[in-house]
Every structure is written in C-alpha cells, then in structure tokens.
Design a protein around this ligand. Structure first.
Ligand SMILES: [Zn+2]
Ligand SMILES: [Zn+2]
Length: 104
C-alpha cells in the first residue's frame, strides 16, 4: 500500500451512528461495524454488493480478493488443493487452516 490514510481516532461513541457509548479504543459496539457497512452499501448502492463492486472496478474478471492479497492486507492459503486458495485476513486464514488442513 502506497497511499497514506488519515489516522482515525475512536470517539467513545459507536461509529455506526446508533449513539451507543463504546469502550476505550473501540469504534463500534459489538457487530455494529457490519451494520455500518451494510447501511453504507444500502445508501450508496441500493443494497447491491455487485453494484458496489462494479463501481470500484471489481467483479468476476477483476478479483477484489486478489487485489486485497496483492495489496498485502489479506493472505492466500497455499495448502488448498483448489487454486486460487482461500483468501482472507491473517486471522481468517489461521481459522481456515485449523479447520481444513490440520488433520492430514
Ligand atoms: Zn452502533
Ligand atoms: Zn487452504
């Protein structure tokens, strides 16, 4: 990643806009990050994730999950027999490997 992102600071109130107070250093009440994400897609893209992806130049022929791996923010599982392997966050890959590649 080359672009600089502004550093966001938690404010003590949930960023989904529900006005709940949240713990120190937290942006969201539990699960409310997903609420905020869904609400944004609803407002901007009529709740259509394909529309959302297309607007940002992604789709079946330009993989957003590959872009995440290429950007270094996600990883790809190299133990999967299918190619490309499972993609996700470091934590998600760990869970995936525990679940699918442990007992062999
Ligand atoms: Zn909230
Ligand atoms: Zn795998």
């Amino acid at each position: 990643m080359t672009e600089k992102k502004p550093r966001l600071i938690p404010t003590g109130t949930c960023w989904c806009g529900c006005e709940k107070e949240v713990g120190l250093g937290k942006f969201f009440a539990p699960g409310h990050d997903k609420v905020a994400e869904a609400a944004l897609v609803a407002v901007k893209y009529g709740s259509s994730v394909p529309e959302f992806l297309h607007t940002h130049g992604y789709g079946p022929h330009h993989s957003v999950s590959r872009a995440a791996v290429d950007a270094g923010v996600w990883e790809e599982c190299h133990e999967c027999s299918t190619k490309p392997g499972y993609r996700g966050t470091r934590e998600s890959i760990k869970n995936h490997k525990r679940k699918y590649h442990q007992e062999q």
